[in-house]
Design a protein around this ligand. Structure first.
Ligand code: NAI
Ligand code: MG
Length: 333
């Protein structure tokens, strides 16, 4: 049986992880989860944010499914999410955004994928105060040719493999001439190798407006770390919210699958969380593991429920609990 590391995470993490493991078990998925905890709870118990055994498990299994982890704002804590992406060089953060049946939104045909650079940009954590009074601070944004090249290449390869003829590169090179300029130049260079694919260059602020006005126009979006983070939540909002948006962090030989949303402390422990974002993430993980049959079986059950629109969680206007929706999916498998 294929082993996968499961990190339940903080906040709603344990509830939505249980939903996924219950559904996998009911569907007879040939995956055995090795549970490893990390985050706030582990820190409070052991003084360690990430236990050594978690690294060992990921390095052995090569594939992990991860719930959200709370990152307290303030000194002393670096995000575990950012840390894991960096440690395993998981440079592609891939976030598919698709209109779903039965979910009421302003748009009908959104089908795009965001490729977010995941290891550099403004997320390298190099920040400091510039004076003793701590009234002035700076953060460093690092863009490298290598880092830009591999994420942009991944986006073009995805477009090619899926017969898509446009890649949209999002930047702010008009202001950040050197850093964003390097990213943009790398994109122009790579584009030369893909004659069948049009490259569209859009400045980040305009992109936000375009995505709200005409999201159906986009297929593949590739951008730097911070812009990609922000656009992912924006795009999740276009198709029904964070409760539906899956994601994956992919490197050369390790992949960590996680939804776009965070630990949702406002609804944690209340049996209210929508497990579908993590479930769609798990379905993408099954496809990555070439378990296509089980992936499709679970996906079909979910789509059937969404179409009917009777059993939905509160974020989608319904009144079902996490457990009730999970049971309904199992019934429909
Ligand atoms: P969030 O994504 O946790 O929540 C934003 C809003 O969306 C909240 O109102 C929440 O209730 C709702 N929401 C999110 N997921 C939902 C779901 N599955 N079902 C129903 N409603 C859902 O973002 P927030 O509040 O900014 O961050 C909370 C914590 O999560 C922070 O500590 C942050 O650092 C962390 N975080 C962790 C991430 C990760 O582990 N990859 C990603 C984003 C944030
Ligand atoms: Mg985010």
């Amino acid at each position: 049986m294929r082993k996968v590391t499961l990190i339940p995470g903080d906040g709603i993490g344990p509830e939505i992880s249980k939903s996924v493991t219950d559904i996998f078990e009911a569907a007879g998925v040939e995956v055995e989860f090795e549970i490893e905890n990390a985050g706030e709870k582990v820190y409070n118990e052991t003084g360690e944010l990430i236990p050594e055994s978690l690294y060992k498990s990921i390095e052995k299994n090569k594939v992990a499914l991860k719930g959200p982890i709370t990152t307290p704002i303030g000194k002393g804590f670096r995000s575990i999410n950012v840390y894991l992406r960096k440690k395993y060089d998981l440079y592609s953060n891939i976030r598919p955004i698709k209109t779903l049946p039965g979910i009421k939104t302003r748009y009908e045909n959104i089908d795009l994928v965001i490729f977010r650079e995941n290891t550099e940009g403004l997320y390298i954590g190099e920040e400091k105060f510039e004076n003793e009074e701590q009234t002035s601070a700076i953060a460093i944004k690092r863009i490298t040719k290598k880092g830009s090249f591999r994420i942009i290449k991944a986006a073009f390869e995805y477009a090619k493999a899926n017969n898509l003829n446009k890649v949209t590169v999002v930047h702010k090179a008009n202001i950040l001439k050197i850093t964003d300029g390097l990213f943009l130049d790398t994109a122009r260079e790579i584009a030369k190798d893909y004659p069948g694919i049009t490259v569209e260059e859009v400045i980040i602020d305009n992109m936000c407006m375009q995505l709200v006005m005409n999201p159906e126009k986009y297929q593949v979006i590739v951008t730097m770390n911070l812009y990609g983070d922000i656009l992912s939540d924006l795009c999740a909002g276009l198709v029904g919210g964070l409760g539906l948006a899956p994601g994956a962090n992919i490197g050369e030989d390790i992949a960590v699958f996680e939804a776009v949303h965070g630990s949702a402390p406002d609804i944690a422990g209340q049996n209210k969380a929508n497990p579908l974002a993590l479930l769609f993430t798990s379905i993408d993980m099954l496809k990555y593991l070439k378990e296509n049959e089980k992936a499709e079986q679970i996906e079909k059950a979910v789509l059937r429920i969404l179409e009917k629109g009777e059993v939905l969680t509160a974020d989608l206007g319904g009144s079902a609990t996490t457990e009730e929706l999970t049971a309904e999916i199992i019934k429909n498998l």
